[in-house]
Design a protein around this ligand. Sequence first.
Ligand code: GDP
Length: 203
Amino acid sequence: MRITVLESDFIAGAPTAKALPAPSLPEVAFAGRSNVGKSSLIATLLGRKKLVRVSRTPGRTQAINLFSVRTNEGPLVLADLPGYGYAEAPLSERRKWGPLVMSYFAERPTLFLVVAIFDPRRELGDEDLMLLQMLEELQRPAIVVATKIDKIVKARRKLAVAELNQASGLRALPFSAKTGEGVDLLWQVIARSCGIVGSDETS
Ligand code: GDP
């Protein structure tokens, strides 16, 4: 069953995990370095041109933004985690990222899947590795997305994804917000992880 988004809304943003609205529906979180294409990926999933949220300045406000989504198969919540690695952000802000994301992973009982977004043209950085380590330590289900795949010539894509698999220790799903490649597959993974598609369905 193909997932279709019927409605989506910004719910709230919060600077700490505790300040978020109480957990209710299954939640999927999106993490990645600043400029990796996280907003574009979420907007593509929601079928929107742009992602509208409170703060648009990269790295300035360390906040978790929640979006409610109603799909043809059921409702869920998307959590846009703050981007990391924005060189021009004040150090005091950059330092908040680790503890904020760690407490969110640890304390959110409705978190069913974390989508770690990496650009397969770049090697994983310290913060990317820290993200993967936190996920493993806290045993959070995760998937890697290899984004901006359209920027790699077709003949090199397989190798780039294989290298990312190896570097991350997870299976990476090729994705492009520009061409829409991978969006249906990513929805399938999300829906299954959140239990909004019966496990007996195969397509
Ligand atoms: P964020 O900081 O992680 O939220 O990144 P954005 O979604 O704002 O994207 C950063 C830049 O990369 C923007 O100029 C986007 O247009 C571009 N971008 C994002 N995703 C893709 C993609 O899949 N393909 C291409 N070619 N460009 C992308």
